[in-house]
Write a protein that binds this ligand. Structure first.
Ligand SMILES: *Cc1c(COP(=O)(O)O)cnc(C)c1O
Length: 229
């Protein structure tokens, strides 16, 4: 087994253990393997080991890899911030977009989604930590944005995503993830029908699963440390 396959196996076992500890079915948790800065060969190795969902953060870099991997059936997730001049290639090539935080971006993605492709699956990014520098809408602003995004014809709002501030305090971490889950539950009481909580990365995915994550985005724990960009 190569390193990527072995790491992938290790992450999957940890997902199973934390799901089990939380009384959850591990099949309800999708592992998105985050491959930003890694080349197509890393994706091929992970794919050969059974991985199907991959996350990328930079549009141009992702498009180059998609071309090199066009022979593989991959579910592509755009997990980075979406700039308005990049919405077209993202709408054309990705299956999921995790970090919608402005109506204008959502409108462009919907308008630019090619006819004949299924709707783009999207999440709204919420800034649960309240850090001024962070992307994402404030929790109070999420319901209004969700109400507008659900009306866009070529998007399907699936849920919420967050990246809490890094902290060694797992209790605080857990409260942040639980805040996102509570917000999702509140939106569902208003009829949003959201089934996705995209939360948890290499350092905190087990805590996120305990708090209800349905998608974890894991890079370093599978592919190793990233080179500085
Ligand atoms: C890079 C990235 C990840 C993966 O982070 P790791 O710590 O390497 O697991 C997850 N989510 C987003 C939005 C990212 O940009």
């Amino acid at each position: 087994m190569n390193t990527i396959a072995a790491n992938l196996q290790g992450v999957k076992s940890r997902i199973e253990r934390s799901a089990g500890a939380a009384g959850r079915d591990p099949r309800d948790i999708v592992l998105v393997a985050v491959t930003k800065t890694f080349g197509p060969e890393a994706i091929r190795d992970a794919h050969a080991a059974g991985q199907r969902d991959f996350g990328e953060s930079y549009a141009q870099e992702a498009l180059e890899k998609m071309q090199a991997l066009a022979d593989l059936p991959i579910v592509w997730h755009f997990i980075g911030p979406v700039q308005s001049n990049k919405t077209r290639p993202i709408a054309e090539s990705f299956d999921w977009v995790h970090a919608i935080d402005r109506l204008k971006i959502a409108e462009r993605l919907s308008a630019q989604r090619p006819a004949g492709r299924p709707p783009l699956q999207v999440c709204i990014e919420v800034n649960v930590s309240g850090e001024a520098s962070k992307a994402g809408v404030a929790p109070e602003a999420a319901p209004a944005l969700a109400a507008m995004v659900v009306r866009l014809p070529n998007l399907r709002l699936r849920g919420l995503m967050t990246i809490p501030e890094p902290t060694p305090d797992t209790a605080l971490q857990r409260r942040r993830f639980e805040q996102l889950r509570a917000l999702r539950d509140a939106l569902n009481r208003d009829g949003c029908g959201l089934d996705t909580l995209s939360m948890g990365m290499s350092d905190d995915f087990e805590t996120a699963i305990a708090a209800g994550a349905t998608m974890v985005r894991v890079g370093t724990a599978i592919f190793g440390p990233r080179p500085r960009r």
